[in-house]
Design a protein around this ligand. Structure first.
Ligand code: ZN
Length: 157
């Protein structure tokens, strides 16, 4: 049902051009299992109604998130600025497998939270490491000695 602020009722009248703005913070990221636990993002969702059953959501997110550095595992902030489109169709049963998300016509609403999250994560660079010299040296040393002790254990076998 329409139980959270990220839900958009596609059957509501006059929805074409509807624009919704969200201030997204840690609370949002903590409700979704995944890579990102912290962040501060402003997201705008604009609805474009095509036919009676086809919609396009234009989702724009700006801000930052923090994710673990690939090298030292300490959190690092990454700026976010991503513009995405989500095609939505009313149909018989829910599906988000293909290019078009299908929403049951009997429900008529879409929860945009998961999609906002996925677009933010997809916009992250593949390689996420601190600038040279910015890594957490203490963690790196601890990691290295942990790896070394793992290797020692293997030698014992
Ligand atoms: Zn690092």
């Amino acid at each position: 049902m329409l139980n959270n602020k990220y839900t958009i009722d596609l059957l509501a009248g006059g929805i074409d051009g509807l624009t919704v703005c969200y201030d997204i913070d840690d609370k949002f990221f903590q409700t979704i299992d995944g890579l990102v636990a912290h962040g501060q993002i402003q997201t705008t969702v604009r609805v474009e109604a095509g036919t009676r059953t086809m919609f396009k959501l234009h989702i724009h997110s700006v801000g930052w998130v923090s994710v673990p550095c690939d090298r030292c595992l300490a959190d690092m902030q990454i700026p976010i600025d991503t513009n995405d489109e989500l095609s939505v169709k009313l149909g018989s049963e829910y599906s988000d497998e293909g290019e078009v998300v299908v929403i049951p016509e009997t429900d008529g609403y879409i929860d945009t939270a998961q999609f906002i999250y996925e677009f933010v994560v997809l916009s992250l660079p593949l390689k996420r490491v601190h600038e040279p010299g910015q890594c957490d040296e203490a963690t790196l040393r601890a990691l290295n000695s942990h790896l070394a002790s793992l290797e020692d254990d293997e030698d014992d076998d």
